[in-house]
Design a protein around this ligand. Structure first.
Ligand code: GSH
Length: 188
């Protein structure tokens, strides 16, 4: 049994989405960062990084939402894992890209009380536009954890607006975010 710590209203929703796609048994232990619960001593014993989500899988304790998703997909849901080494490299590229180029600047802008700079976001999304321009999903014809990781980071109010208004991204984004597994997460 896998145990995920966090709440739907946190980045843990990304891992809940992956868990629902995988169809594995899991338990959600609610740890609410907004109430300071990520800094409680017993939680810090499990996750010295002091944030959610955290996945406990046997002796393994993994934090970082997208790394958790890579673990779940590789170990429990090979249908969402790339089938070639080249595709696997692209999976890592997209996962690191969305954290570094989208999530990082977004968090920095939030902390500074600023809006995410439109032109900068637009530039960052150019690569994604090209990638999904001539295919259904990032790695080809099938939905994989690469799509899930990228779409789940883009699923933030200010970014969603930009992506949905972009004809080159909208269809891919809709294909990803209308999946029943994600619907089940938000129904929780
Ligand atoms: N890069 C991390 C970020 C995790 C993160 O910042 N989680 C927030 C909740 S969405 C949190 O636990 N914040 C508490 C804190 O920073 O003290 C991930 O994707 O897992």
């Amino acid at each position: 049994m896998l145990t995920l710590y966090g709440t739907v209203m946190s980045r843990a929703f990304r891992c809940l989405w992956m868990l629902e796609e995988a169809g594995v048994d899991y338990e959600l232990k609610p740890v609410d960062f907004a109430r300071g619960e990520t800094k409680a001593a017993d939680y810090l014993m499990l996750n010295p990084n002091g944030r959610v989500p955290l996945l406990v899988d046997g002796d393994l304790r993994i934090w970082e939402s997208l790394a958790i998703n890579l673990h779940i997909a590789k170990r429990y849901a090979p249908q969402f894992w790339p089938t070639t080494a080249d595709q696997e490299s692209y999976l890592h590229m997209w996962t690191v890209w969305v954290m570094g180029e989208i999530e990082g600047p977004h968090d920095a802008a939030n902390k500074a009380g600023a809006d995410l700079d439109g032109p900068a976001l637009d530039r960052s999304l150019t690569a994604l536009r090209q990638a999904v321009g001539d295919r259904d999903y990032l790695l080809g014809v099938d939905f994989t954890v690469a799509d899930l990781n990228v779409a789940s980071v883009l699923l933030r109010p200010k970014t969603v607006e930009v992506v949905k208004a972009d004809p080159a991204l909208k269809d891919w984004f809709d294909r990803c975010t209308t999946r029943p597994a994600l619907g089940r997460v938000f129904d929780k």
